[in-house]
Design a binder for this molecule. Structure first.
Ligand code: AMP
Length: 380
């Protein structure tokens, strides 16, 4: 089997690493250089997108902000999984919201707004505080405004209006205005669906964000009631899209209920723990799904946490002397805030996991891992 991944970052790299033992050959299309590359050695190139399409038995994607022209060319080959519609939905909050409504999945009350009249109408119908999010190309908290008091409305609209008018994308920018959800916690879940419609969900992950970017996720297999809600939401969304591959869903937990925040039509940062904590990791299951192989078990084999390494290219080697700690570097050059790698930590139960996590965190420099110590210290 041969798979072309649209995007040549760390997710394509980890898909390639998981594919080797299955004898699946992976190449990655770098949208920046318009070249197909080896995801493990990006300086090795294999020609343009047409060459990549000709090479592949299946084509998939590692991110959702891919030009529609590229997606349509791949779809025309009949090899793209998940479909271009699934990928486009993940890259446009308007499509995402209408999918959630159509699939009858709970999410925050919202309006889609592109004009001042629509903005004023939304303010009439929604309760403050509100969060405004760009419909296109928004992720990790970028392209967002928070409206806490009505006195901020004019100033925020001015910024949003400029933002919409300056946007040059083919799909006309807009914003989704959502009611702020007073959540207790943010959790997420990855699941996988194959071409026959079989689905499997991984255990829920508790997430902590630092400056809007995921810093720690924790999967311990707790929360049976929430797990059932998350798996049901996954099935509804994946079935509505006739989805093939791994899809991630981010939720707000309010009491004992889950509301969907957003979906990502791909393997996801909050699923990296599956490399050491699940029977089959998310990368392997994604490649199995798009290659028409049977899906692997998504069962938790041991509680596992992931710590993101952001903006630094070194961590103390001493962390590797702690049992069940694994290091995953992405081979990227250092830039402030950039996702450079992650650390997975496992334990035989939650208590042992938290002990090891605390040990690891005590060895990490606070400057490079802000808030991580505080977050881990309060876990019970
Ligand atoms: P997003 O880009 O949609 O994931 O939003 C980034 C972060 O903003 C989320 O992880 C939440 O912490 C926060 N956020 C987004 N939407 C809401 C909402 N409706 N209510 C409360 N917090 C939100």
């Amino acid at each position: 089997m041969k798979v072309l991944v649209l995007g040549a970052g760390q997710l394509a790299r980890m898909m390639a690493l998981a594919s080797k033992p299955l004898n699946i050959e992976v190449r990655a299309y770098d949208v920046g250089s318009d070249q197909v590359v080896d995801p493990l050695s990006p300086s090795v190139t294999f020609g343009d997108l047409d060459a990549g399409i000709a090479f592949a038995d299946s084509i998939t994607a590692e991110f959702e902000h891919i030009s529609h022209e590229v997606l349509d060319r791949c779809e025309d080959s009949g090899k793209l999984f998940p479909s271009s519609q699934s990928i486009k939905t993940g890259g446009d909050r308007r499509l995402e919201k209408s999918l959630l409504e159509q699939a009858n999945v709970k999410n925050a009350t919202h309006h889609v707004v592109a004009t001042k009249a629509e903005f004023d109408n939304a303010l009439k119908h929604l309760k403050l505080p509100l969060i405004l999010k760009s419909a296109l190309a928004g992720y990790d908290g970028k392209g967002q405004w928070r409206l806490k008091d009505i006195s901020q409305a004019d100033a925020i609209w001015k910024e949003v209006d400029t933002f919409i008018k300056e946007d040059t994308s083919a799909q006309q920018q807009a914003v989704v205005i959502e009611q702020m959800v007073p959540f207790d916690r943010e959790v997420s879940m990855v699941g996988v669906r194959d071409k026959n419609g079989e689905t499997k969900s991984y255990p829920l992950t508790e997430n902590h964000h630092t400056n809007g970017v995921l810093s720690v996720s924790l999967a311990t297999g707790a929360h049976a009631n929430l797990q059932a809600q998350a798996s049901e939401a996954f099935d509804k969304i994946a079935n509505a899209l006739d989805y093939v591959g791994v899809l991630a869903i981010e939720f707000f937990q309010v009491g004992e209920s889950l509301l969907v925040n957003e979906i990502a039509p791909r393997v996801h940062n909050s699923g990296h723990w599956t490399q050491q904590g699940a029977d089959t990791c998310q990368f392997e299951n994604h490649m199995r799904a798009v290659s028409q192989l049977p899906l692997g078990s998504t069962a938790l084999v041991r509680p596992t946490a992931m710590i993101n390494v952001l903006g630094t290219d070194s961590v103390p080697n001493s962390i590797l002397s702690i049992p069940s700690v694994t290091m995953h570097w992405y081979g990227k050059s250092k830039r402030a805030g950039r996702k450079m790698g992650h650390i997975n930590v496992s334990g035989s139960d939650r208590v042992e996991l938290l002990q090891r996590l605390q040990q690891v965190v005590s060895l990490l420099p606070e400057n490079d891992f802000p808030e991580v110590n505080d977050y881990v210290s309060q876990l019970k």
